[in-house]
Design a protein around this ligand. Structure first.
Ligand code: FAD
Ligand code: SF4
Length: 511
């Protein structure tokens, strides 16, 4: 049977069983398409990163004698949509069966189902063999339980995969979670090794993207592209992380600093989300490195890392498949404002936002706390519409694919799902930012002031948000303490807070 097998841009899995079997009459196809570059405005480095990784994967397969068809973005025969390209290829090559791997995005899942329905030949969907859970495992796990929390799911995964377990039911180190020791501020020591970067000349690719007329955002150094784009690159980022960064990963997971965009973070999300690396091999590598260097590395460092991948990453995927498509429309707090223009150029006097946004525009990257407690925090405090916030996050980061972007943004960061992912909104005043960073030291605003002209905007926005949304939080036990502090404030103070917050929300670019 002559088969056509589709490989999507985030399915670059060298280890898939497709490539372990005898190949009879099989053609593999990869396509750069406008339907993928245009569903939101992506960062230029994201488009380059995906195209480059796809091209490298196609070359890898071709070098191993697989028959590969590759549509470049400007190829004449490229019709720019999945449906049209597939139909054309099936006809031209007398294909008798169409096969694909299950997409991670709802949008593509629906589209491929529709395409298969319309074909006159057989089709079959395969697992991607990437994740440690299936699409529906979370639904089964929480069946009959009232409250979903990541923690119990994570413990179950540790047991199921026998990861860092002392006995069948007891975690190594006597605790499941070392989160409390993962909250250090970084003040110059220990030294942060330079990131494992790459210096690739991608000017040809940038030119092709420009010629195609694709609208992008952000900046790129065309002569020095810094992201991994092959299996070898990805393995070297992983090794570099284990050898140089794991030792302090947990401690400084939540730290923020003006001079260091990456601190001790791994930068592995792009490698995993494109499937150049599997989550299991990332976890296994970190753990075996830890076992070999137990005298130097504390368990809290490695547990913090494992929790993100075995816990959060799989959990978010589970929530996505459990709650889509309705999840995409959730706006529980009824937020309606626009995202301020400075999210696209970093021009604001608020130092924390200036740094987090400028770094994102320059690198297509921000670490978790920058996304959650700086840009996400501000968007929520100023009550921006979750559609606006989602579109920005989906575009700007190289690792942004809807299944993991929307659950983090709409769920964890914006509380628009009303508490499915997070039990309370991640909001803070300036004091948290000051505690975890050096941002406030050189800021135009004073973090200690509340409502004066030079007061940190986060301070009035925070109390204003709690006051505006108090109806939503009145039954949320985790908000009780903050809500009772709010109640204790006298009317005069509240009115000053609300006045300043209204000014900031109305004229964001003045701040
Ligand atoms: P590290 O800090 O080194 O962590 C290791 C790995 O753990 C990451 O590579 C990632 O695979 C995983 N991980 C950590 N936190 C999470 C999480 N909350 N959810 C899922 N996986 C996690 N991650 C994405 O991959 N794509 C996104 O589009 C994305 N959007 C986000 C939007 C917001 C508003 C927030 C708050 C978080 C978002 N995250 C997203 C999660 C997280 O911020 C990134 O995975 C992380 O910053 C990537 O950098 P790193 O590889 O250096 O991570
Ligand atoms: Fe951000 Fe406020 Fe600190 Fe300035 S003072 S960096 S605005 S938290």
């Amino acid at each position: 049977v002559k088969k056509l097998r589709l490989i999507l841009g985030d399915q670059l899995n060298h280890q898939h069983s497709w490539f372990q079997e005898e190949q009879d009459d099989t053609i593999y196809v990869l396509m750069e398409m406008r339907q993928e570059t245009d569903y939101t405005v992506h960062h230029i480095q994201k488009v380059v990163g995906f195209f480059l990784a796809m091209r490298n994967f196609a070359e890898y397969l071709t070098n191993r004698q697989y028959e590969v068809i590759y549509y470049h973005i400007n190829d004449k025969e490229n019709n720019q949509t999945l449906a049209e390209n597939l139909k054309q290829l099936i006809k031209k090559n007398d294909i008798e069966k169409f096969e694909y791997q299950l997409p991670d995005e709802y949008r593509l899942d629906q589209q491929l189902k529709e395409i298969c329905k319309s074909l006159s030949i057989d089709s079959e969907a395969y697992d991607t063999e990437h994740f440690l859970t299936t699409r529906n495992d979370l639904e089964k796990f929480y069946d009959g339980k009232k409250q979903m929390t990541m923690e119990y799911f994570y413990r179950d995964m540790r047991k199921k995969y026998d990861i860092m377990m002392a006995t069948k039911n007891d975690p190594e180190g006597g605790k499941w979670n070392f989160d409390k020791s993962n909250r250090k501020k970084w003040t110059g020591t220990p030294e942060i090794p330079h990131e494992r970067g790459f210096r690739k000349d991608v000017s040809h690719l940038v030119k092709e993207i420009e010629q195609a007329g694709i609208k992008t955002m952000g900046n790129i150094n065309e002569k020095s592209f810094n992201w991994p784009s092959s299996r070898e690159d990805s393995l070297s980022v992983l090794n570099y992380f284990c050898k140089n960064l794991l030792v302090h990963f947990g401690d400084f997971q939540d730290a923020l600093h003006t001079d260091h965009a990456y601190l001790f973070h791994s930068r592995l999300s792009f490698c995993m989300n494109t499937k150049m690396l599997s989550p299991k091999e990332v976890i296994d590598s970190a753990i075996s490195y830890y076992y070999e260097h137990k005298d130097k590395i504390d368990i809290s460092q490695v547990e913090g890392f494992v929790r993100q991948i075995l816990g959060w990453r799989e959990y978010m995927r589970g929530i996505y498949w459990l709650k889509m498509p309705g999840y995409r429309r959730r706006n529980k707090l009824d937020n309606q404002n626009e995202l301020p223009p400075f999210y696209w150029d970093g021009k604001t006097k608020m130092n924390c936002l200036h740094h987090a946004i400028t770094q994102s525009l320059d690198n297509a990257y921000a670490h978790h706390i920058q996304r959650l407690m700086i840009t996400g925090n501000y968007a929520l405090l100023t009550q921006c519409h979750p559609d606006e916030v989602d579109a920005w996050y989906l575009g700007i980061y190289i690792d942004a694919i809807e299944w993991v972007e929307i659950t983090n943004t709409r769920g964890m960061s914006q509380f628009a799902d009303g508490g499915i992912v997070a039990t309370k909104p991640y909001v803070s005043s300036g004091s948290y930012i000051n505690k975890m960073s050096n941002y406030c030291k050189n800021c135009h605003y004073k973090v200690s002031k509340k409502t004066e002209n030079d007061a940190c905007p986060f301070n009035s926005l925070y109390w204003n948000f709690l006051d505006d949304k108090k109806e939503f939080f009145k039954n949320n036990q985790r908000m009780n303490m903050m809500m009772s502090l709010l109640e204790k404030k006298d009317a005069k103070e509240i009115s000053k807070i609300k006045e300043r917050a209204a000014l900031i929300i109305k004229n964001p670019t003045d701040f």
